[in-house]
Design a protein around this ligand. Structure first.
Ligand code: KIV
Length: 273
């Protein structure tokens, strides 16, 4: 297993190759140029301009107040600092409520420099996913715990724990792959379910609180630096990489990338059985 840092630009093709070779890749959120540069030059393959910025930057208790204008602004900042990572950007709450709105909103993020747009949901996203993919816009479908639906879900809880929910999640993931999704992201899903979805799909699967078997791992940058805002309780799947660093924040990013590549993160302690 190589511990070399990637300097060539990461594309969807790179992630597909990693999946085929069973080589893990890492992802982190960034919202500005400085951190985008530090993350990208630390060998982290994917940067997510996440709507989690509503919580970690803006001080809200959910991602719902984040607008498309906010996302475009942060996307532009991240693009300036990025060196070679693939950049995904979140379509925020109610910016993809209809198919035509999905196209317009995704176009704004792509014009700002995104390489992939991320939408939260299941099979109901199939038609938007197909329309976006046909028009050259790669889609990441975020499934499991979808924070934009927090009011319907009734809390930040593990999803897919019962057999009916689990088999629905597997079939919806297949529908999204068949509709043209390029990546699936699973949040707060039991280890065995995330493993089955990862093995069933041929597109890369990224996990957060989804155990060690997904093709890639993602974390909110503030969480892995141990600076989760006080008002938010850090979830079980969070690990602070600062104590592992001998080189400040850059060292923590490198330690995270290495721990994912080596399969050391996440451990059972950061997973849901
Ligand atoms: O917005 C975000 O940071 C995310 C991650 C939790 C995956 O969607």
């Amino acid at each position: 297993m190589s511990n070399q840092i990637t300097t060539k630009s990461v594309s969807l093709n790179t992630l597909n190759q990693r999946k085929l070779k069973q080589e893990k890749f890492s992802a982190l959120t960034a919202y500005d140029a400085l951190f985008a540069e530090m993350i990208s030059s630390s060998g982290i393959e994917v940067i997510l301009v996440g709507d989690s910025l509503g919580m970690v930057l803006q001080g809200h208790d959910s991602t719902l107040p984040v607008t498309l204008e906010h996302m475009v602004y942060h996307m532009q900042c991240v693009q300036k600092g990025n060196v070679s990572s693939l950049i995904m950007a979140d379509l925020p709450f109610m910016s993809y409520a209809s198919e035509s709105q999905s196209l317009e909103s995704a176009a704004s993020l792509m014009r700002a420099g995104a390489h992939v747009v991320k939408l939260e949901g299941g099979a109901w996203l199939a038609e938007s996913t197909r329309l976006l993919a046909e028009r050259g816009i790669p889609v990441c479908a975020h499934m499991g715990l979808t924070p934009q639906s927090i009011n319907r879900l009734g809390g930040y809880r593990v999803q897919g724990r019962n057999p009916e929910q689990a088999s629905a999640m597997i079939s919806e993931a297949k529908i999204l792959e068949n509709s043209g999704a390029s990546i699936i992201l699973l949040e707060c899903v039991p280890v065995a379910l995330a493993k089955e979805i990862t093995e069933t799909l041929s597109i890369p699967v990224i996990g957060i609180g989804a155990g060690p078997h997904t093709d890639g791992q993602i974390m909110v940058m503030h969480d892995m630096l141990g600076i989760t805002p006080k008002a938010i309780k850090a979830p079980k799947f969070v690990k602070n990489f600062m104590p592992l660093s001998t080189d400040g924040i850059r060292g923590a990013f490198k330690a995270y990338a290495l721990a994912v590549r080596n399969g050391e993160f996440p451990s059972p302690k950061e997973s849901f059985e």
